[in-house]
Design a protein around this ligand. Structure first.
Ligand code: AOF
Ligand code: ZN
Length: 370
């Protein structure tokens, strides 16, 4: 068994980034590696595929279809490297486990068990019952990281939460009046638009919406026409005091407003939905119900800090510019394990990740069909 092929399957899976949520990214490589070839050390890839688009064919189907007719007789001597347990349920497509059984593959190797209760172990049970040799847990850490959003959804019953901000070299995030001053450079700005395109939603607080009037679009990172979806915009507006002329309410993308107002007429605006949430836990529960698997929180400082204090975060992405401000609003403190540090133009980008803690929110177990 060869970890190199699983690396390739993981690489293929990432091609679905931004296009498959709320489904997981899944990659699949079919390798002709008969016992004799294993001894001689010359296995050959005969098929590859990945889950390309939400609602579309799963990785295994695309991989099986890519096998050339002259190679199809090799399937019974082949190993299927697939990053996630093959599904066992009838969803938008028939069960992948059945497809692998019909094609009489010799062995199936996976990174992770599927946490979706509709599958969760039943894919493996089906394969084993049909006499297929099954191995799981290969490059498991990489597989979990790849689909951190999908695993967080089922295990923590909330979206994967990314806190993002830019700070000056002397640690300020905004000017004294709270107004955002351009801190990071153009390349960093463009990278943020790319990140937006990879997440299900983007969130800002009331002051940021009022003072910066952001559009929260991916205009600097255009997606291929027909692929993926624009992230949902989310704004906290506890008193429903934000001006209706703000860019966020232009109806260009679905927008959710979280508020705490009872007994008042809720405004009606095309593309904008209103939700009552008394706490951040209410808010993330609501996002879970809406099947929003990830949220990029772009500020301001108060909102970033309240997510940190509630322990509701998974990643921090911090740009540090070379500029100084001397006075203003201090950036939040960083926490977590250092993942990477790199230069983006003149800025330094540092990413921190939190260790997974199971039952973080202790929310009731629900089985939500995706
Ligand atoms: C696989 N291979 O490539 C993916 C899987 O609604 P459906 O039919 O697309 O099913 C979605 C569920 O199937 C998803 O929640 C996850 O459990 C599994 N995804 N399974 O065998 C794939 N994308
Ligand atoms: Zn499937």
């Amino acid at each position: 068994m060869n970890e190199r092929f699983m690396m390739r399957a993981l690489e293929l899976a990432t091609l679905g980034r931004g296009h498959v949520s709320p489904n997981p990214m899944v990659g699949c490589v079919i390798v002709h590696e008969s016992e004799e070839q294993e001894k001689n050390g010359c296995p050959r890839i005969i098929g590859e595929g990945w889950h390309r688009l939400y609602g579309d064919w799963h990785a295994e189907v695309n991989a099986i279809r890519s096998v050339q007719p002259e190679d199809s007789h090799l399937l019974p001597e082949s190993t299927v490297y697939v990053t996630l347990e093959p599904c066992s349920h009838w969803g938008k497509t028939p069960p992948c486990a059945d497809l692998l059984i019909e094609n009489r593959v010799r062995r199936v190797v996976c990174c992770n068990d599927d946490p979706n209760p509709l599958v969760s172990g039943q894919g493996f049970t089906k394969l084993r019952a049909a006499g297929i040799d099954v191995t799981t847990g290969v490059l498991a850490k990489q597989g979990r990281q790849l689909n951190a959003r999908f695993f967080t959804f089922f295990e923590h019953k909330r979206p994967y939460i990314i806190l993002k901000w830019a700070e000056t070299s002397d640690g300020f995030i905004a000017g004294e009046n709270g107004k955002q001053i351009k801190i990071s450079g153009d390349l960093s700005h463009r990278l943020v638009h790319r990140w937006r395109s990879e997440e299900d939603s983007i969130m800002v607080g009331t002051n940021t919406a009022r003072l910066d009037n952001p559009q929260l679009t991916t205009r600097l990172w255009p997606m291929q026409a027909g692929f993926g979806k624009n992230p949902t915009r989310i704004v906290i507006d506890n008193q429903l005091s934000l001006d209706k002329t703000l860019n966020l309410f232009d109806g260009a993308q679905p927008t959710i407003v979280y508020h705490q107002v009872l007994n008042k007429d809720i405004p009606e605006r095309p593309g904008v939905s209103y939700s009552f949430a008394l706490s951040l836990v209410d808010l993330v529960e609501d996002l879970h119900r809406r099947k929003i698997l990830s949220v990029l929180i772009e500020g301001g400082t108060a909102l970033l800090k309240s997510f940190m204090e509630a322990g509701l975060w998974d990643e921090m992405r911090v740009f540090r510019s070379q500029t100084m401000m001397a006075a203003g609003i201090k950036a939040p403190p960083v926490r977590g394990n250092l993942v990477s540090r790199e230069r983006i133009g003149a800025d330094e980008l540092t990413i921190y990740r939190r260790e997974y803690a199971k039952n973080l929110l202790n929310l009731p177990d629900s089985s939500i069909e995706l």
